[in-house]
Write a new protein. Structure first.
Length: 479
């Protein structure tokens, strides 16, 4: 930090090493010289970290809705917990870049799989649960951002210590699911439903045992009739009686053998074949049914996709490039570039929290309006990153809050109306699949943010002179 005295006041401006932030050809020799200043840029865009965070989530969300119902909910939550704890520990303890990136991947697995699991779980409760879920995720965003901000700036803890402290969060999550969260009245593990279906199929198989028992009874009646006839016909000798008895015994034995053979062969084959055909037919019909559920969801999935493209291009592609020197908080210290970036993220999460909590007050099906406004936000922030025309960091904070409001409103209204419009038996799949839209938007934003970052960093800001530089420091709009 270099202190520059101007009209008796102390101002601050941050200059980094020439590799990241260069001042070229500035000379002061009793006169003003014009020059250019290179931007203070990271070597790589934060979009690289975003991709490591979002691509595993995207893969999970594309696969999980089709098969995660085979796994009990408590095991799903345990996977999320272990992945989240691993992410904090790996990032905090490792100095190897590959392990740090793997830690980010673990965080992606924990958060991405956790989102689709809990969002699907809300389908087993009243539709107002979606509002509570959205509000909770918004609170988690601002809670995480503010906790990190306060621990690293106010408490002055290191990043590593801050991350170790945060490992308590996934542990509390798992314990809350086991002992606090109310379980729905019906079974939500579809493995049991499949067992019920198998039992129903078994009931539909013809009752072969009863038919065979009827055949045996008929044979017994026939034998009894024959015995009565033998008793009446006293003229027949004992040899004939013995032969008849032998014939009756053989007939009984044959009937019983036939019953056993049928039980062991025909009935077994019928049951197995019926089960196999029914299972394959059921799976095929289920897949076709799920495909038919997608078109009505597109009116919500497309705006979700566009909103998240716009806001994550802003958050991960532009925030790090928008910096206002000589900005102070409540104290006397200046906000450096890292501190301002943290404030952008914290205020954005505040906007998300407020709007995600508002669906019971205001709701709309026209979420495409929020998507259009968010894309307009991206265009505005892009121009600000390139041309630097806003006069104040605090005005930027207000606009970031507005950006968060739009993103949160799109999310909560989309899922709220999905729960209202989709039949209860289709909600779990529909909620899980719709969450793929925002993840796809974030992934695309991660890819696009890298060339956008490189383009802006490759361009010089408009040239200035020393007098202009000194005079604009007090307004904070020199870049």
């Amino acid at each position: 930090i270099q202190k520059i005295e101007h009209n008796g006041d102390s101002h601050c401006s941050e200059f980094k090493h020439a590799s990241s932030c260069e001042v070229l050809n500035i000379t002061v020799d009793n006169r003003t010289e014009s020059s250019y200043v290179k931007r203070c840029c990271n070597v790589e865009s934060t979009g690289v970290i975003l991709l490591a965070d979002i691509l595993p989530t995207l893969i999970i969300k594309l696969i999980a809705p089709w098969c995660m119902h085979l796994v009990p909910y408590w095991i799903r939550i345990l996977v999320c917990t272990v992945a989240s704890i691993s992410s904090f520990v790996l990032v905090a303890s490792s100095s190897i870049e590959a392990l740090v990136i793997f830690g980010v991947v673990c965080a992606s697995i924990g958060s991405g799989f956790g989102e689709i699991v809990f969002l699907s779980y809300t389908s087993h409760f009243d539709k107002s649960t979606v509002s509570a879920w959205s509000s909770g995720t918004g609170a988690a965003g601002i809670g995480g951002a503010m906790t990190y901000l306060l621990l690293t700036t106010v408490a002055n803890l290191s990043t590593d210590v801050t991350l170790y402290i945060q490992t308590a969060v996934p542990i509390v999550l798992f314990l809350s699911f086991l002992f606090i969260l109310k379980k729905p009245g019906k079974k939500v593990n579809l493995v049991s439903k499949r067992k019920d279906t198998t039992a129903q199929l078994s009931d539909r198989i013809p009752p072969l045992d009863k038919e065979m028992d009827g055949a045996i009874d008929n044979e017994k009646d026939s034998v009894q009739d024959n015995e009565k006839d033998d008793a009446v016909d006293k003229g027949k000798d004992s040899v004939q009686d013995n032969e008849k008895d032998d014939a009756v015994d053989k007939r009984k034995d044959n009937v019983q053998d036939n019953k056993k053979d049928l039980d062991g062969t025909e009935q077994g084959h019928v049951r197995k074949g019926y089960k196999a055909v029914s299972f394959m037919k059921k799976r095929g019909l289920e897949f076709v049914h799920h495909i038919k559920l997608i078109p009505p969801l597109l009116k919500y999935m497309i705006p979700l996709f566009l909103v998240y493209v716009g806001e994550y291009l802003i958050n991960q592609g532009l925030f790090e490039l928008i910096y206002y020197p000589n900005t102070r908080g409540a104290g006397t210290d200046c906000f450096d570039q890292n501190a301002q970036y943290r404030w952008y993220q914290a205020v954005y999460q505040l906007g998300v929290f407020l709007s995600r909590s508002s669906v019971n007050i205001f709701s709309t099906r026209h979420v495409w309006i929020f998507a259009a406004l968010q894309l307009g936000n991206f265009a505005f922030f892009f121009c600000e990153a390139v041309y630097k025309f806003l006069p104040s960091f605090w005005l930027m904070i207000v606009l970031v809050l507005y950006e968060g409001l739009l993103g949160g409103a799109t999310y909560v209204n989309a899922f709220y109306h999905i729960t209202k419009e989709v039949k209860p038996e289709n909600r779990e799949f529909s909620m899980g699949l719709s969450s793929v839209a925002d993840t796809c938007g974030i992934a695309l934003a991660g890819f696009l943010s890298i060339p956008i970052h490189n383009y802006i960093c490759a361009n010089f800001v408009p040239h200035f002179d020393i007098a202009t530089y000194n005079s604009t420091l007090s307004y904070g709009h020199f870049y």
